[in-house]
Design a protein around this ligand. Structure first.
Ligand SMILES: *Cc1c(COP(=O)(O)O)cnc(C)c1O
Length: 392
């Protein structure tokens, strides 16, 4: 009998030959600035745990309390029987945090992007999107059936041309990541927002990497650029700085009401367990009460970035705690990552298809929880390995 999945072996061998076959490293124990991966204690520069909250006592207590009082599961899709008070409480807190009329929870940031774009647009519409936007935006665009027009990264003039040539469309939406996840640069939001306003387009920002990181108390890029009230759809995640799991859309009441009736992740996938909503709620409150968390994140970011630049590494165009160390060739990025790991530093190699071919890199993200000693040790390892590989 032939195995109809036999072709997978060929695909996998192809990946192995190209040095692209990688099984994720195994985290043993909690997500911490120094963590145990694959049996080795390493300085962890690979998580999105920006504020070091993934193992925070107050968040854990909130989750535990929710388990005791509310159980381990919501038991149903939100729109059937799984709409819990804790979900609504979290949405109200997020709306205050984001300074919008309303927010809507999704099971993940991925679901928020894909579900929202697919629900709002259809084949009469045009989606104008930065080429480096997150995969979940691209998937949402595909699902919607709308025409996709992609502009070169952060190219405002090109985006304007696409808006102009799309004038006949029923609806246009201009979508950008607030902070780009592989390069750590920031969208030219004020220009994009003005353009969208001039052309009557819907403006959408995915702030997954900016929430809890940029703007006052981590409200995101819309706050950073003082654009409150001018971005129709803000997407955020609860899975990065807020250290749990989930996504949300922040915007007007009609937007949220509509999505509750039409967004397929809401209609066909079970809502968060109450403990997940409870720890997220605790995180959003904690971040507003302890602004020093975000200050420490940015102090660490400046220290680490300056260190890498002074050694002569190419850190691309980063302006945020996401700092890529550019290697170029795929194998070189993997080699840099492997040697750093042996030297006690976990910084993941990022290669095609996550980034374009020839732009392979090691991506670092410092957190508020790293000490100067951790970061100095990491910089020392980068210097040693960077010399060995002639990157500096
Ligand atoms: C991580 C990420 C998401 C997905 O968020 P999850 O909550 O992890 O599903 C969406 N957009 C961007 C830009 C991201 O970096």
């Amino acid at each position: 009998m032939t195995n109809p999945l036999a072709y997978l072996e060929g695909e996998l061998n192809d990946l192995r030959e190209k040095g692209l076959f990688r099984w994720p490293r195994l985290l043993e124990g909690p997500q911490e600035p120094v963590a145990r991966y694959d049996g080795r204690e390493v300085i962890n520069l690979s998580s999105n745990n920006y504020l070091g909250l993934a193992n925070h006592a107050r968040l854990k207590a909130a989750a535990r309390r929710a388990v005791d009082e509310l159980g381990v599961g919501s038991g149903a899709v939100r729109t059937i029987a799984g709409n819990m008070a804790i979900h609504q409480e979290l949405e109200e807190e997020l709306a205050r945090f984001k300074r919008t009329e309303a927010t809507l929870l999704y099971q993940s940031g991925f679901a928020a992007n894909a579900g929202t774009v697919a629900a709002l647009l259809s084949k009469e519409d045009v989606i104008i999107s930065d080429e480096l936007n997150h995969a979940s935006i691209i998937d949402g665009a595909r699902l919607s059936g709308a025409e996709k027009k992609i502009y070169p990264h952060k190219d405002v003039a090109a985006a304007r041309r696409l808006l102009e040539e799309s004038r006949g469309a029923r609806r246009m939406i201009l979508i950008t990541d607030g902070v780009f996840s592989m390069d750590g640069d920031i969208a030219p939001l004020p220009d994009l927002v003005s353009m969208a306003e001039e052309r009557g387009a819907i403006m959408m920002v995915d702030d997954a990497h900016a929430s809890g990181v940029m703007g006052q108390h981590g409200r995101g890029t819309v706050d950073h650029f003082h654009l409150h009230g001018r971005v129709h759809i803000q997407v955020g995640t609860l899975s990065k700085a807020f250290a749990g799991q989930g996504g949300y859309v922040a915007g007007s009441r009609p937007l949220v009401d509509y999505l509750m009736h039409r967004a397929r992740p809401l209609l066909f996938s079970t809502s968060h367990p109450p403990s997940v909503a409870a720890s997220a709620l605790a995180a959003v409150r904690l971040v507003q009460e302890e602004p020093e968390l975000i200050e420490r994140l940015w102090d660490n970011t400046r220290f680490f970035k300056n260190g890498l630049s002074e050694m002569g590494f190419n850190t691309g165009t980063s302006e945020t705690p996401i700092t890529p160390v550019m290697a170029g060739e795929e194998r070189l990025a993997s080699e840099l990552s492997d040697r750093l790991f042996t030297a006690g530093v976990f910084a993941l190699g990022i290669v095609f298809p996550t980034v374009p071919r020839g732009k392979a890199r090691v991506r670092t993200i410092v957190t508020a929880a790293h000490t100067r000693t951790h970061l100095q040790r990491a910089l020392d390892a980068f210097e040693r390995v960077g010399r060995e590989l002639k990157l500096i």
